[in-house]
Design a protein around this ligand. Structure first.
Ligand code: ADP
Length: 484
């Protein structure tokens, strides 16, 4: 192991303390760029989950947390944002090692976005408000937006830091306490964030992290009677299981699940810009992005030209060491992901799609795969219907706007979609017709904290970011006053 990749073993974070799992078990954390063990993580038990939930339940009613004024709560979130930036270099390094993300992106996107997420919701704390209703002559009423209690989150391996912060920041802004279970492949940034938050002054028990596997730690959180809300990001299959598990205790659930984003290129689009956006949409984060634009739908008149430009960009892209500042594309985050990608590449070829670029794992240690482009993909092929979650872009040709919309909407998913056109009327008309929680026009993956995202159809329900993201962590009480 090189010193650059050295990481200490990590423990659970419960009630303000790092501690081993109850039974002392540890599991390896693997560096996807080398396949080597970087450190070991505590492997949480059901008892550890129960301890974390009890600690969060105590903190919820503690004067140190529930007694804070709104101004104090807001200031605490701002201090966390500053602390994330102060410790940003180490946080970015851990995320790059753990996930295989290029350091240029963890430093330039993941970490700043995490700090800004806390700042955005810090700004909302003092704006939490209800409404006054003049009910009639006998009474009037008003509403209060109250916290829920203990919130649990289960996050996936692709954006461990950001997908956690999208949940933690609004949950704490609303006054809740929190237990996080990060993905078993990528626990490091969540635990480091716990340390940062604690050093910034967050009272013990407000934020807890239990690492471990889904069916043990995740399932206990989903079933735990004292967890009032579960925020999940991950695959549709696991999401459905969790929703069923959470039903027994009537938990509120938000679920951001899989996607198969259609990126539509109309004949009047600016092909220089489209080439760049289409590439980023498909290959950002090595394609491990539920909001990726993995299906490019291209008008017949510009198909050949766009495919030729994209092929050149893809062939000029090399994968590399995530810690090298020149690297733009890293490995898949873990072994099973690489196997999944090679499986889908073989399937696409068997289904009759034409391989135009890439198509192979990279011959070096770790879990690298070439960026890959398929053309002659028809909408019914499995490669055009199922989420690959890797660096594979498919191109499907269309002739009319109606056909493009029908193909775009023709999968079970509905998370993100995009369209490229010079026509203002077409842009707004088609945006309204797309069955997706977010539609990007002449861009892709342009995120703002103020703009919510989430799923239609099998991509789940609930929204993250924006004021809507805060409301997911609040409950509404009506107070009615007799004035007779
Ligand atoms: P992906 O890795 O494809 O996103 P999952 O949706 O299975 O896969 O994983 C997302 C998160 O869900 C991870 O933290 C994982 O540990 C957790 N998880 C997996 N299976 C379960 C389960 N049965 N119950 C609770 N959590 C689970």
């Amino acid at each position: 192991m090189s010193t650059a990749n050295a990481v200490q073993d990590v423990q659970l974070f419960i009630d303000g303390q790092f501690r081993p799992a109850a039974d002392g078990q540890l599991r390896d954390v693997i560096d996807p760029a080398t396949g080597a063990v970087v450190c070991r993580q505590a492997w949480g038990t059901v008892g550890d989950v129960d301890d974390a939930v009890e600690s969060a339940a105590r903190a919820f009613v503690s004067p140190q947390w529930s007694g804070l004024t709104l101004k104090q709560r807001a200031r605490l979130l701002l201090r966390i944002a500053d602390a994330i930036e102060e410790d940003g270099a180490e946080l970015a390094r851990l995320e790059s090692i753990d996930v295989g993300k290029p350091i240029i992106f963890t430093q330039g996107f993941d970490v700043p976005q995490a700090a800004e997420g806390f700042r955005y919701y810090a700004g909302m704390v003092e704006q939490i408000e209800g409404a006054m209703r003049q009910a009639g002559t006998r009474s009037f009423g008003y509403t209060r937006r109250e916290p829920l209690g203990v919130v649990a989150a289960i996050t996936p391996f692709n954006f461990p830091l950001n997908l956690a912060v999208n949940k933690i920041a609004p949950a704490l802004a609303a006054g809740n306490t929190f237990v996080l279970k990060p993905a078993e492949q990528t626990p490091l940034s969540s635990l480091y964030l716990a340390d940062i938050m604690s050093r910034a002054g967050l009272p013990a028990g407000v934020f807890n992290v239990v690492t471990g596997d889904g069916p043990t730690v995740g399932a206990r959180l989903a079933r735990h009677p004292r967890v009032i809300k579960l925020a999940f990001t991950g695959s549709t299959a696991t999401g459905k299981k969790l929703i069923a598990e959470a039903a027994g205790t009537l938990k509120k659930v938000t679920a951001e699940l899989g996607g198969k984003g259609a990126n539509i290129v109309f004949a009047d689009a600016d092909l220089d810009a489209v080439t760049q956006w289409a590439f980023q949409a498909a290959f950002f984060n090595t394609g491990q992005f539920c909001m990726s634009g993995s299906r490019l739908l291209v008008h017949r008149s510009v198909h050949d030209e766009l495919v030729s430009r994209l092929t050149k960009v893809i062939e000029a892209t090399s994968v590399g060491d995530p810690l090298d500042p020149a690297t733009m594309m890293g490995p898949l985050a873990h072994r099973a992901q690489l196997d999944r990608v090679t499986g889908y590449v073989a399937l696409a070829q068997a289904e009759g799609a034409t391989l135009r670029a890439g198509g192979n794992p990279v011959d070096r240690p770790g879990f690298f795969h070439e960026p890959t482009l398929f053309t002659e993909v028809t909408p019914d092929m499995r490669i055009a219907q199922e989420e690959v979650f890797g660096p594979v872009l498919t191109v499907t040709v269309f002739d009319t706007d109606e056909e493009a919309v029908a193909i775009a909407n023709g999968t079970p998913y509905g998370l993100a979609a995009g369209l490229h056109t010079a026509s203002l009327t077409r842009a707004h008309r088609v945006a309204a017709q797309l069955a997706a929680g977010i539609v990007w026009v002449n861009t892709w993956a342009m995120f703002e904290n103020s703009i919510p995202f989430g799923g239609y159809k099998d991509s789940g329900y609930g929204r993250e970011l924006g004021p809507e993201g805060l409301q997911e962590y609040q409950q509404l009480k009506s107070v009615v006053v007799n004035v007779e």
